[in-house]
Ligand binder design. Structure first.
Ligand SMILES: [Zn+2]
Length: 464
């Protein structure tokens, strides 16, 4: 069975393998996109099973998972947004380059008497042109021309606010009047400034004032079409994806669940942490997003899944599994933590609050990397007992967590990267007091100190 992080990598490679040619030329139907997404979603939650796995145990909505990492999601690309963004980028290339061969072909067939900005859907049309027409309203809504030469159509291009309804504000003139055709025809002769008298004669308010307030840039370059949502003013597929995803999320049915600000901020710091393995980060996301299939959570979906802890008779929720079960308490009480995990989570109503407080406790070993490595190993030990009937001793959890760090070091060596934080963590470990010398750690632990003497024997505790 692949880990979630491995599945994440595989899904990313699948996305890159989906023929971009089709995605950037045809706007797939919502039904087809939903079918493709269902295949990816099932693979994400269940992996590949030899048995029939039509029903997967999805503990979070796909729209939450495909939300960006900065918004509390996992950043898996939304297939519909990818499709729309590639079409949008193609529409942008057409708009910005009206002298291209493709533009000429489309103009000859679909809009011989106007520009692409005023093209209307008229059947029959090709799948590509139909897709462009569906996405072009986004270009019309956001893009605008920076006026330098004024060599663009006054009536059919985006050069001022309300350009799309310019005819509604037109004041009819006498029959011999020659209407201007280009923007520069509204300028003073031999000067790049608006001809106020002509504008007020031609257009009603508020358009007349809007035109007069439109900036003219004193530059010799051609008029430039701009995409204001990108720093460089160009609608690349990346920036197109952002706006398409934003529009999808604006709809109540496809909007992801709002993530609390403190969790979003915590996750942002975690994703930037280079000391953590991707699989540990993905595990931490599941844990903090309440998407880990503990007994209590998974048991709600099937009567075949026990809600009881595999080691004791308590209900298995997040707190019990990682902090309150006697196995977890024994693991936390051993080297190098030497803490009572039940008091650690006492008075906390969420794991995020407990972990944040633990991180700020001043414990010499309490780094984000160490805590989540340890939690991940508790989870792994639980799964080994539950599914493979293999028992792990509580004091082995730390060794397993340390081995996770070795995997990170091996990865760093293979990729040629130097993880200074990793070597830092090794150095820190040398200062951590060994078992039996716990009192020394008092010097560096802030806050309330609890002194206790305890021992752990596996034979006295059933189920371990
Ligand atoms: Zn238990």
């Amino acid at each position: 069975m692949l880990s979630h992080a491995a599945r994440l990598e595989l899904i990313r490679s699948v996305f890159s393998a989906i023929p971009v040619y089709y995605m950037s030329n045809i706007l797939f139907s919502k039904k087809f996109i939903a079918k493709l997404t269902a295949v990816i979603r099932n693979f994400w939650w269940t992996g590949i099973r030899e048995t029939d796995s039509r029903k997967s145990l999805c503990l979070r909505a796909w729209k939450d998972i495909s939300n960006s990492k900065t918004e509390g999601g996992l950043g898996i690309r939304n297939l519909r947004a990818i499709n729309e963004s590639l079409i949008l980028a193609a529409a942008w290339r057409l708009a910005i380059n009206p002298t291209s061969h493709l533009y000429s072909v489309l103009r000859a067939k679909y809009f011989p008497n106007t520009t692409i900005w005023k093209a209307t859907p008229a059947p029959p049309k090709s799948a590509f042109w139909a897709a462009i027409l569906k996405m072009f309203p986004k270009i019309k809504y956001h893009a605008f021309y920076q006026l330098t030469q004024g060599n663009i159509s006054l009536w059919s291009m985006p050069w001022c606010t309300n350009w799309n309804t310019i005819h509604d504000y037109l004041i009819p003139q006498h029959s011999a009047f020659a209407y201007p055709s280009l923007v520069k025809d509204l300028w003073m002769t031999d000067a790049r400034s608006w001809n106020h008298q002509l504008i007020r004669q031609l257009f009603r308010e508020p358009l007349a004032s809007q035109i007069i307030n439109t900036n003219i840039i004193q530059d010799d370059n051609e008029d430039l079409l701009c995409w204001p949502l990108a720093p460089n003013g160009s609608c690349s597929p990346k920036h197109a994806y952002k706006i398409c995803l934003q529009d999808i999320h604006a709809h109540p049915r496809t909007a992801p669940t709002q993530v609390a600000t403190d969790l979003k901020n915590f996750l942002k710091v975690m994703w930037k942490n280079n000391s953590m393995l991707p699989k540990i980060k993905t595990f931490a996301w599941h844990l903090l997003s309440k998407a880990l299939p503990t007994g209590m959570r998974a048991g709600k979906f099937s009567s075949h899944i026990s809600q009881i802890c595999s080691r004791c008779a308590h209900h298995e929720d997040d707190f019990h599994l990682f902090f309150l079960c006697h196995f977890a308490r024994a693991a936390w009480f051993a080297h190098p933590w030497f803490i009572r995990s039940d008091t650690l989570v006492h008075n906390h109503d969420s794991l995020l609050s407990a972990i944040t407080s633990f991180l700020n406790s001043g414990h010499p070993f309490a780094s984000m990397q160490n805590i989540f490595n340890f939690l991940w190993c508790i989870w792994k030990a639980r799964n080994e007992l539950l599914f493979e009937h293999r028992k792990v001793h509580p004091n082995k959890i730390h060794i397993m967590a340390a081995n996770t760090d070795c995997a990170l070091q091996a990865e760093a060596l293979v990729s040629g990267q130097v993880y200074s934080s990793f070597s830092d963590s090794l150095n820190n470990e040398q200062h951590i007091p060994l078992q039996g010398t716990t009192i020394k750690s008092d010097l560096i632990i802030k806050g309330t100190k609890i002194y206790s003497d305890a021992a752990f024997r596996s034979s006295k505790i059933p189920g371990i």
